[in-house]
Design a protein around this ligand. Structure first.
Ligand SMILES: [Zn+2]
Length: 164
């Protein structure tokens, strides 16, 4: 049997924060339309209170080029709403960025709490196990001690303190 293994490089854990940032920080360039060219419905409702996603014209993003590229050609069909100007879209973009910042920091806080809770649970479990082990050792030591004296069976719990 050949006990040689194909070697793998060591793989260091990246700082947790860095990983999470990567996962939870949205990668959109435009927070108004998330690079779809359509203003996000919850953002549209800031401007058009009764906006109905299923029935109403598509509010085209004018904060970035995606709206122009993807949707402007449908304007003639009467399905596009271009009333959300660059200024409005810019403002929605900034608002959404701020929302995300808060969402992400709330998430970090939650993750931090979860980690510290789990850490303390692990520590507690470890202590319990340690306590179990100590009491096992104590019982063993007691038995040995008793056996050495040849009378371990008659050792009573309440005499424990005076045994030594
Ligand atoms: Zn956009």
């Amino acid at each position: 049997m050949d006990f040689e293994f194909e070697q793998l490089p060591s793989w260091t854990v990246r700082p947790e924060e860095e990983q999470e940032k990567e996962i939870f920080q949205p990668q959109w360039n435009c927070f108004c339309c998330r690079d779809t060219g359509k203003v996000q419905p919850e953002l549209v409702r800031r401007v058009i209170k009764s906006y109905n996603y299923d029935k109403d014209r598509i509010p085209m993003c004018q904060n970035c080029n995606e709206g122009q590229t993807r949707w402007a050609h449908l304007n003639e069909l009467g399905v596009i709403d271009q009333r959300l100007t660059f200024q409005i879209c810019k403002k929605l973009d900034l608002m959404s960025r701020e929302d995300w910042k808060q969402t992400v920091s709330a998430w970090f806080e939650m993750a931090r709490l979860r980690v510290s809770k789990e850490t303390s649970e692990i520590a507690q479990e470890h202590n319990l196990r340690r306590r179990d082990r100590i009491s096992e050792e104590f019982i063993l030591a007691k038995e040995k001690h008793g056996k050495a004296r040849g009378d371990w069976e008659v050792v009573k719990e309440d005499e424990e303190e005076v045994q030594e």
